[in-house]
Each structure stands twice: as structure tokens, then as C-alpha cells.
Design a protein around this ligand. Structure first.
Ligand code: RFL
Ligand code: PHB
Length: 389
């Protein structure tokens, strides 16, 4: 087999890259370890920045997002029961779009299926070779048969546990990491959301988030210890805990029901540098992880591949290396700002085992400053809705 760009991973990063390259007449093959149904069954992010919405529009996959997505003008923060709304529209004239990662993935898969571009699901033992030279190859096994793809470039869009980053020699990679001592227990429920906008809540018992997927489907999270087991959480226990962490008005309004999905996500900050190794590029979760508190993971992944697509289009169209030479530096600048914001949101909204009474008062002071200062509110709004590329 031969293609121009071999893409590892059919998550949002790999699928959007495939779509943008396809639009430019650049041939791709996507190799995905899992089945299509498995990929669509993962419940992950829910908030899109304006830049992500624009990128999905550019890729020609925005129709359903605009029809079904919910435009949010602001978010609410709740600190020990005191609730405050940050009006993004009034503060900086920007909004975000609530549209689940599952739906983004579905739209991208549909567009790819329609274009005839090749995606190989259930690709096992994927391995990357010779990306230091000009003729890289990717090997894999499908249904017990070994295959090889010759290509010009490899895009590693295979998430945090993928093979791409692991294929880089250790000395060539610098990594930065912080693992948080807690996770988020999330549930999905077919009941109307408790509020029109998201509520991020800090409470002495831990963080909670009220989010949504549609006017009839809600997504809620509570902070739990890192070693907590999902089985220990009946739906009733979850609802009781959530009610205790939000303000009393929200607790009373909450419409509960049986969960249709329940899982625990660990929280981690991670960056690998650089993001280019000869003819191999890393993008999305393969390159960096943020804790979900700032809703940045999916947005960073989409922005990465937007930049990578531009660089590859420049390479094929104009014969110029400039874009691919600058890819890593350009993307990492934005990544680190999102890392900072996600770390900061995590720090003020969660309870940490080591936080003493002084630390809690500092968290409260952060909240009071955010609420009382227009400059601080604007900074939150600017970061949450997405910094410019
Ligand atoms: P993905 O979505 O992980 O997709 C990578 C794809 O690569 C495949 N793969 C391989 N394919 C071939 N060969 C291999 N050896 C492979 N190894 C892996 C995988 O099966 C997968 O299909 O990465 P991508 O495209 O970079 O997209 C990034 C986003 O998915 C991610 O940033 C966000 O979902 C992060 N994230 C969340 N972000 C939020 O903003 N809000 C959230 O609530 C939120 N929840 C989450 C999350 C990430 C999670 N992960 C990764 C464990 C919850 C979880 C559980
Ligand atoms: C979600 O709806 O899953 C969601 C929303 C905002 C976040 C994280 C997750 O910050």
C-alpha cells in the first residue's frame, strides 16, 4: 500500500486531519486500533471553542453542529454555595458551543466514509519505521494478515497511550507531567440539564460539574479519589453527593434519573516536546494531556491538526518546508497556555489532600477576585472561550 500521509488513530484529531487533507487533494490512510462502534461509544469532551467551530465549518462538517449544538454565552462558578455567572458575551463578545465529542467524531466519520478515503479499523500491532528519512513506512496486522504502508509523512494522532510517541527514541523527547491525586466520576443521563449553562462548583467535599449534551441529556461529574472504583457508586450515591456540592437552589432543581453511562477519568497534565521527529508529527492527546477542568483537550487536538494540515498543504502545494518546520513551536506555544489555564482551573476548583486551611482561604480569595474584578473575569472568559491560534 502507498499513501501520502499515514494517520495513526481515528479520534477527532486523526479524523479532522484526514478530512482537511482530503479537501486539499492529499491522500491519507487512517489506521485505528479499535472498531468504529467502540470509538463512537467513548463519552468524552463537550465544549467547543469558537476556533474549533470555525475549523469544523472549514472542514465542511458543521451542519449538524449548528443545528443541534447549544451556543453558550457564559458559565457559572459556585464556591461553597455562592454562585456567580461569567457572561462571556458581555465580557469579551465571544461564546462557546456545547456539542459532544461523540457527535464531532460521528460527523467526521460520515464525511470520510462519503469521500471514499480509506480508514482501517481493527488495525493491530501498528509500528512506525524510518521516519528519520524521506520514506517512512507503517506496518500493521489486520485479520491476522501483515501489511505495510509506504508514505511521505506519519501523523501520530493515537492518543496518550498510542504507539507514535512511544516510537520516538527516548533521548529525542522531553516530557513534563503532573498527575493529580483525584479523578472525575462522570454520568450521562437522559434528563434535562439543571441549568441552561455549565456550573463549575468548588466545595469542601470536592469539585462538581453540571454539564449537558442536549436539552434532554445531561452530563454531571464529581471529584473522587484517584483509586475510587465506579462500582462503589450507585446512581443514588452519585446524586446525593452532587446535591451536597452545589448550591441549594441548584440541588433542588436537579432532575435525576438512571445513568446511561458512568465512568472515572483520571486527571493529568502532560506535554511532550518537540512534536516533530523528521517525518513524524505528534498531535492531540498523543502529544499533550490537560485535566478536563478547562474543557481544552478536544480543542487543542483540533487546533493541532488544523496547523498540521496547513503545513502539509503548504509542503505539497508550494514545495515549502516552512510550515512543517514551524509546526512544533507554533503549536506548543498555544498548548502551554492551555496547560496553564487548565492547571489553574483545576487548582482553584478542586480539593487537594495537602490543602490546609490557609490554602482553602486562598482558593476562596481567587474566587472573590474573579467575581469582583472585571480584568480577572475577562481573563477567565478569554481563556475559556479560546485564545487566538
Ligand atoms: P483520542 O480521542 O484518544 O483518539 C486516539 C485514537 O487513537 C487510537 N489508537 C490507536 N490506533 C492505532 N494504533 C494504536 N497503537 C493506537 N493507540 C491508540 C485510539 O483507539 C483512539 O481512537 O485522541 P485525539 O484524537 O487526540 O483527541 C483528543 C480528545 O479525545 C481528548 O483531548 C479529550 O477527549 C480529553 N478528554 C476530555 N476533554 C475535555 O475537554 N472534556 C472532557 O470531559 C474529557 N473527558 C477526556 C475525557 C479524555 C479521556 N481519555 C483520553 C482517557 C475522558 C477520558 C476518559
Ligand atoms: C463535559 O460536558 O463533558 C465537560 C464540560 C466541561 C468540562 C469538562 C467536561 O470542563
Amino acid at each position: 500500500m502507498r499513501t501520502q500521509v499515514a494517520i495513526i488513530g481515528a479520534g477527532p484529531a486523526g479524523l479532522l486531519l484526514g478530512r482537511l487533507l482530503d479537501q486539499a487533494g492529499i491522500e491519507t490512510i487512517i489506521l485505528e486500533r479499535r472498531s468504529q462502534d467502540y470509538v463512537l461509544g467513548r463519552i468524552r469532551a463537550g465544549v467547543l471553542e469558537q476556533g474549533s467551530v470555525d475549523l469544523l465549518d472549514r472542514a465542511g462538517v458543521g451542519t449538524r453542529m449548528h443545528a443541534e449544538g447549544l451556543v453558550h454565552d457564559g458559565v457559572e462558578f459556585c464556591f461553597d454555595g455562592d454562585r456567580h455567572r461569567f457572561d462571556f458575551c458581555a465580557l469579551i463578545g465571544r461564546t462557546v458551543m456545547v456539542y459532544g465529542q461523540t457527535e464531532v467524531t460521528r460527523d467526521l466519520m460520515q464525511a470520510r466514509d462519503g469521500s471514499g478515503a480509506k480508514t482501517i479499523y481493527g488495525a493491530e500491532d501498528v509500528s512506525l519505521h524510518d521516519f528519520d528519512g524521506t520514506s517512512p513506512t507503517v506496518r500493521f496486522v489486520k485479520d491476522g494478515v501483515a501489511h505495510e504502508i509506504a508514505c511521505d509523512f506519519i501523523a501520530g494522532c493515537d492518543g496518550y497511550h498510542g504507539v507514535s510517541r512511544a516510537s520516538v527514541s527516548e533521548g529525542a523527547l522531553r516530557t513534563y507531567e503532573r498527575v493529580y491525586p483525584f479523578g472525575w466520576l462522570g454520568i450521562l443521563v437522559d434528563r434535562p440539564p439543571v441549568s441552561d449553562e455549565l456550573i463549575y462548583a468548588h466545595h469542601a467535599r470536592g469539585f462538581a460539574l453540571c454539564s449537558m449534551r442536549s436539552p434532554s441529556r445531561s452530563r454531571y461529574y464529581v471529584q473522587v479519589a484517584a483509586d475510587e472504583k465506579v462500582d462503589a457508586w450507585s446512581d443514588d450515591r452519585f446524586w446525593d453527593e452532587l446535591r451536597r456540592r452545589v448550591d441549594s437552589e441548584t440541588a433542588e432543581r436537579l432532575v435525576t434519573g438512571p445513568s446511561i453511562e458512568k465512568s472515572i477519568a483520571p486527571l493529568r497534565s502532560f506535554v511532550a516536546e518537540p512534536l516533530r521527529f523528521g517525518r513524524l508529527f505528534l498531535a492531540g492527546d498523543a502529544a499533550h494531556i490537560v485535566p478536563p477542568t478547562g474543557a481544552k483537550g478536544l480543542n487543542l487536538a483540533l487546533n493541532d491538526v488544523g496547523c498540521l494540515a496547513d503545513a502539509l498543504v503548504e509542503f505539497y502545494g508550494e514545495g515549502s518546508d516552512t510550515g512543517i518546520d514551524h509546526y512544533s513551536d507554533r503549536v506548543l506555544k498555544r498548548v502551554w497556555k492551555a496547560e496553564r489555564f487548565s492547571w489553574w482551573m483545576t487548582s482553584i476548583l478542586h480539593t487537594f489532600p495537602e490543602t490546609d486551611t490557609f490554602g482553602r482561604r486562598i482558593q476562596r480569595a481567587e474566587f472573590d477576585y474573579l467575581v469582583g474584578s472585571e480584568a480577572a473575569s475577562r481573563s477567565l472568559a478569554e481563556n475559556y472561550t479560546g485564545l487566538p491560534a
